[in-house]
Design a binder for this molecule. Structure first.
Ligand code: BES
Ligand code: MN
Ligand code: ZN
Length: 518
């Protein structure tokens, strides 16, 4: 999609669809109505507001009213888009609404739309929310559909004009906001593609190739290791998980290094993504039903890859690394067995009580390896436990960690980015759940506190490094079409990581700036 800015009277905006956001109960309130609505409604002799009211449109979030102008104004159609309560407004409301608008516009086969931006305190945030919502909302995954070719070839929105409210100038900062938003949403859509791709065509090797293409495009450094490399690194847990699969595992490392030598010498931020390209459960086999969606088990690595793609352009003043241990979890004559003891890279030994608790094994080795870089901040993101999904449902990410500052930094970034995270604890008492009779610990405990048990296990591999564990088992997939979400992969995590790195960069630059003298 191409974005441009426009100014002037909404009633004169020539386009196929003019999109207008309306807060709850402000449709017919002459004092609160947006100026653009008042101007259009006047030209339409009050018919727009009247028709909307008759159809029950009030401005509630989720409501969308479509009106044919019959040539009475320059726009062929007007969409009134409910924004819900003004008091509860956040940019995320606009992001979701923009997602609904683009879906409706595409259903109408519109090619160009104008979105009247609401008056806002922070115009950059508003622009970002709209551009992200539109770009994310336009996402479709139809690679494998051979029917409906006609539908796929149908025109879609290509041009979007952002109509600035009166008094708002087209500043360079707004142009930059559009560019950043497009980058973030495109990277998120790419992460969605990686997750939506079936496991048969998103093997560890293919995932590594995707990372390579991206690294070439963005100038990031890339290292890919094979089974031999993983053996050499003594990643006994990673080896255990991958050994039942005929697919070659891949150890994927991406690095962004600042050009400035002083910045390059800083301690890095390291992002570790779970990259199980298919999780059958191994010999502790999942049920048929539980296995269907398990191509989603590399969503953590997709989030990390999507974020790195944007981070390369942000060029923060500190290094950022991404690490992924990619493999499948399969049952076979060669598979690791319940009862086996694996020796991790860190030296700790683990008794396998359930081969379906494979994510923590690969991640444990990856975290220990990542920790050798002495990160200032270490974050892992993983579709780790069904239990987290039981606890928090489809829409919330579970965030764990003992370092309050690190956890808050991530939660703040998530809030700002419009992703919902919820902190969960790692109580010491829960360590009992993973006590083994024969090894240092076992990989799975009782059902109770299942999401916490995963975090307790991972914690053994990060030492005292500020570390945050994100469980995205629930939100990696959307169970239905909603706002800017399509059914299927969400790309959750990309926006939060980008925001986190942006904030960290801004803080560092502010601290480095010379203190102004009076
Ligand atoms: N990949 C799954 C977790 C998962 C479940 C992700 C549903 C997305 C949707 C993970 O490897 C797993 O199987 N976890 C087990 C852990 C248990 C054996 C301790 C689980 O949650 O049942
Ligand atoms: Mn599993
Ligand atoms: Zn898994």
């Amino acid at each position: 999609m191409q974005f441009s800015f426009a100014t002037g009277d909404a009633a004169k905006s020539r386009c196929e669809v003019l999109v207008l956001g309306i807060f709850d109960n402000e449709l017919s309130d002459k004092k609160k109505q947006p100026k653009a609505l008042a101007s259009i409604d006047k030209k339409l002799k009050g018919l727009l507001v009247k028709a909307a009211m008759q159809e029950g449109f009030k401005g509630k979030a989720e409501q969308l009213f479509s009106f044919h102008s019959h040539g009475k104004i320059a726009a062929a159609r007007v969409f009134l888009l409910g924004l819900g309560s003004r008091a509860r407004y956040q940019p995320e409301v606009l992001r979701m609404a923009a997602g609904r608008a683009i879906k409706a516009a595409n259903r109408l086969r519109a090619k160009s739309i104008t979105v009247a931006l609401p008056v806002a305190r922070d115009a950059e945030q508003t622009v970002r929310a709209v551009v992200e919502g539109l770009t994310l909302g336009a996402y479709r995954y139809d690679r494998w559909r051979t029917t409906n070719r006609e539908e796929q070839a149908a025109p879609r929105v290509e041009k979007v004009a952002l109509l600035l409210p009166d008094g708002q100038k087209k500043e360079a900062a707004l142009v930059a906001a559009v560019e950043l938003a497009q980058r973030i949403a495109t990277a998120t859509n790419w992460a969605r593609d990686l997750v939506n791709e079936p496991a048969g065509t998103m093997t560890p090797t293919i995932l590594a190739n995707e990372a390579k293409k991206m690294a070439t495009e963005t100038g990031l450094a890339l290292k890919v290791g094979d089974r031999k490399e993983i053996d050499k690194l003594k990643m006994g847990m990673f080896v255990g998980v991958t050994q039942g699969s005929l697919e070659e595992p891949r150890l994927i490392q991406l690095t962004y290094t600042p050009k400035d030598a002083e910045a390059a010498a800083r301690r890095p931020v390291v992002l570790v993504g779970k990259a199980i390209t298919f999780d059958s459960g191994g010999l502790s086999l999942k049920t048929a039903e539980g296995m269907v969606d398990m191509k989603t088990d590399m969503a953590g690595s997709a989030a990390v890859l999507g974020a790195m793609r944007v981070i390369a352009h942000l060029a923060p003043p500190f290094p950022v690394h991404a690490m992924m241990g990619a493999c499948e979890n399969m049952p076979s004559g060669n598979a690791y067995r319940p009862g086996d003891v694996l020796v991790s890279r860190l030296g700790k030994t683990v008794e396998i009580t359930n081969t379906d608790a494979e994510g923590r094994l690969v991640l444990g080795d990856m975290l220990a390896y990542a920790n050798e870089l002495k990160p200032a901040l270490l974050i892992d993101i993983a579709t780790l436990t069904g239990a987290c999904m039981i606890a928090l449902g489809h829409y919330l990410v579970g965030a764990f960690g003992d370092d309050d500052q690190a956890v808050w930094a991530v939660l703040e970034a998530a809030r700002q980015a419009g992703e919902e995270f919820w902190r969960l604890p790692i109580p010491d008492a829960q360590k009992d759940a993973l006590r083994s009779d024969i090894a240092d610990m076992k990989n799975s405990g009782e059902r109770y506190g299942g999401a916490i048990n995963g975090a307790v296990f991972l914690k053994e591999f990060v030492g005292d490094t500020p570390w945050v564990h994100l469980d995205i088992a629930g939100p990696s997939q959307s169970p239905k079409e909603r706002g800017y979400y399509a059914k299927g992969a969400t790309g959750v995590g990309v926006r939060t990581f980008v925001e986190l790195i942006r904030r960290r960069a801004a803080e560092m630059e502010a601290a480095a700036a010379p203190v102004p003298t009076a």
